[in-house]
Write a protein of this length. Structure first.
Length: 274
């Protein structure tokens, strides 16, 4: 059982990927980070030395503070955040305990450079349906909760990427890193490259691949995802509105992949009182 003002790696792991989860702040020293340059999914780095300057930005939020061992740095920062009006806990055992538990971590060198507001910027083709909704969902839930997505005409993706320092994804071209590779779709590639190959996400990746590449044989759920995705594309003319609606769709599929694959639902076979 976790002690007061701490959260265990196992409990935090259950919260990651959920639409309403705490903010995750990594305050490891540069030296500690260099010894393992990976991040707990969805976390962002901040300096513990300047916490008094940025603590007020997180007032009113639920926060989990992460250091290497879950000792003085995370507890000190969490205390500062509580003083500034946050509900803040420290990750028990820090990144060392997280890694020892075999929980996923995102390689920092796979995360694109941040803009001045601390966000990653991504660009892809307009009128998203499957891969171009699934990938933003993965990024928002497991990599960068504040990520910005730009949807533009296909012919303008590379130009926008260059002019606005955005990372292109799900586009054609031999030099496209975040795109299809062989039979894999872009979502598969992101799950692997971001170190997120957990059983639920791999299962979801199979469903996404089947819907995105016309392979209904890959999983029974493929036609359902395809139908829901095409339905959303008819409901929303605005790509960002469609993205927001699609996030909830993938939240539901992820929870099913993680928690409900064995559950069934049948109409009651007996009438009440029979």
């Amino acid at each position: 059982m976790s002690s007061f003002n701490t959260i265990s790696p196992e409990k935090l792991a259950r919260l990651i990927g959920m639409p309403k989860r705490p903010l995750l702040i990594d305050v490891r020293t540069d030296e500690d980070f260099a010894s393992d340059p990976r991040l707990i999914p969805g976390s962002s780095r901040r300096s513990f030395e300047t916490v008094a300057e940025w603590a007020h930005e997180l007032a009113g939020h639920s926060v989990v503070v992460i250091c290497q061992k879950g000792l003085k740095l995370s507890h000190g920062v969490a205390a500062w955040l509580r003083h500034a009006g946050s509900s803040a806990d420290s990750l028990e055992g820090g990144t060392l305990a997280w890694a020892q538990a075999g929980l996923p971590m995102v390689p920092a060198d796979r995360i694109p450079a941040l803009d001045r507001q601390g966000r990653t910027i991504w660009v892809t083709r307009s009128r998203p349906k499957i891969d171009r909704i699934a990938c933003p969902w993965l990024i928002r839930r497991f990599v960068d909760p504040d990520a910005v997505f730009l949807f533009v005409p296909t012919s303008e993706v590379q130009g926008v990427a260059a002019r606005f320092s955005a990372t292109p994804f799900d586009i054609e071209g031999d030099d496209a890193f975040w795109s299809h590779r062989g039979e894999l779709c872009t979502f598969d590639v992101m799950v692997e490259e971001f170190g997120l190959s957990t059983a639920p996400l791999k299962r979801l990746a199979t469903i996404v691949r089947g819907a995105d590449t016309a392979r209904p044989d890959l999983a029974p759920e493929v036609p359902g995802l395809l139908a829901a995705s095409l339905g959303l594309s008819r409901m929303y003319a605005d790509d960002l509105a469609q993205l927001e609606a699609g996030l909830m769709l993938y939240d539901a599929f992820y929870r099913w992949c993680r928690d409900a694959t064995e559950e069934t639902h049948n109409w009651p076979s007996k009438k009440p009182g029979a």
